[in-house]
Design a binder for this molecule. Structure first.
Ligand code: HAM
Length: 389
């Protein structure tokens, strides 16, 4: 997806009265384009433009890339950040919501991050508008107690008041009517079934009726993966359903649901918990080339090994054997092929098992490809199997 899109796309999808569009978007006013503050709008724009639904009724898509929001930078809040964005388009069943949330949870589990999941439903065009009216009436009676932003929002975007962090607003909101109590029958059933499906997958969650999300396109299920380890309570990932949005953008009447994870926030958490030390994959072979004449053939051999799918490394600095063996240990090489200048002249090298330190001669005859195949035969049983097979 391109970084620049028509401003209009974001205004129509994210919503005119949201902080993202009102305050945070980098817009080229004279050109009518903006730097994307998120990925969903662009994904849907491309989806519609290329008629993806014709190829396959349900599409599971993802994209990773930089997003831009003019916010005050702080820990975990950047003006250029990266999102991993996932969307399921064309499926309205509540089990799909659970499937998508489960995928997000699986990623967080795999990264060893302890993050809590909060869930809410924002209803639909049937049940939300009457609730909004009720909420506006409620907030108008208590306007005195609201912060300046919320005094304004109470009319333009009253739901946003529900998740204002100002203590006086929070006190007001605690007494506010709850959308969950007035969901229409369809939304109520959908929300109940999402919860059942999550329970079936053993995904723990907490319902937070104050969660509204900062983007206007949401309907029904919304969710956030939250952590207390980034200063204030922060979302590492969040998303929700946006039934109706694709049609509103000029596409077919398809439902959709998605989420985005903030990669910098994930990285910060991984660093903090030291789960960040995901070890680099071990090398199958490190080639220690000793002396100028060996650099070319050693380089060719490493290239041939990589073409065979092996993980191979080499150091071209011409350092001595001791330093190169240290380097081999650092990249966790299973074997090191030592190519000395004299041995090379005789068509020989030494293959060293880095675990047992046993050494054996290895003949360097034939083409680099033949050498690579023989070398892999010699090391494969002991080397880590290549996941690609
Ligand atoms: P969002 O909640 O605005 O949702 O952002 C998703 C995630 O992006 C946040 O949870 C956070 O981790 C990260 N993020 C947002 N702003 C910043 C920032 N300034 N600095 C660092 N990280 C940040 C969306 O963007 C929706 N498009 C998600 C979605 C996809 N909904 C449906 N499909």
């Amino acid at each position: 997806m391109p970084i620049l899109e028509k401003t209009e796309l974001f205004v129509r999808s994210i919503g005119e009265a949201t902080d993202v569009v009102e305050k945070e978007m980098y817009t080229f006013a004279d050109k009518g384009i903006a730097m994307r503050p998120e990925a969903t709008a662009s994904v849907l724009r491309a989806f519609i433009e290329h008629g993806l639904h014709v190829r396959q009724p349900v599409q599971r898509l993802y994209t990773i890339g930089p997003m831009f929001r003019h916010e005050r930078p702080q820990k975990g809040r950047l003006r250029q950040f990266h999102q991993l964005d996932a969307e399921i388009i064309g499926a309205a069943e509540p089990r799909v919501d659970a499937e998508l949330i489960a995928m997000g949870q699986m990623l967080l589990d795999e990264l060893g991050l302890n993050v809590s999941l909060e869930l809410n439903s924002l209803g639909c065009p049937v049940c939300r508008p009457p609730f909004k009216e009720r909420l506006i009436a409620f907030l108008e009676q208590r306007a005195e107690a609201l912060c300046d932003d919320c005094k304004r929002r109470a009319r333009t975007n009253p739901l946003r008041v529900l998740d204002c962090k100002t203590p006086s607003c929070r006190a007001v909101v605690r007494e506010a009517p709850s959308l969950l109590e007035v969901l229409c029958a369809d939304c109520d059933r959908h929300f109940a079934e999402v919860q059942t499906a999550l329970a079936e997958l053993h995904i723990p969650f907490r319902i937070n009726r104050f969660m509204v999300r900062g983007l206007d396109y949401y309907t029904r299920t919304t969710f956030e993966f939250l952590t207390a380890d980034l200063g204030a309570q922060a979302a590492v990932g969040a998303g929700g359903r946006y039934d109706g949005l694709i049609e509103q953008l000029g596409g077919p009447p398809l439902s959709g649901i998605g989420f985005a994870m903030g990669l910098e926030r994930l990285a910060l958490l991984m660093e903090q918990r030291d789960a960040g030390a995901i070890p680099a994959k071990a090398m199958d072979v490190f080639v220690a080339a000793l002396g100028g004449a060996t650099l070319a053939p050693a380089g060719q051999l490493v290239h041939a090994l990589r073409r065979q799918g092996a993980r191979a490394a080499i150091d071209y600095s011409g350092r001595g054997l001791k330093a190169q063996l240290k380097q081999a240990d650092r990249v966790r090489a299973r074997f090191t092929l030592i190519v000395g200048e004299d041995e090379w002249a005789r068509g020989e090298a030494i293959l060293r098992d880095m675990r047992t330190q046993a050494q054996q001669p290895f003949g360097l005859h034939g083409s680099p490809e033949e050498q690579a195949l023989r070398l892999l035969d010699a090391v494969r049983p002991a080397a880590t199997p290549c996941p690609a097979g």
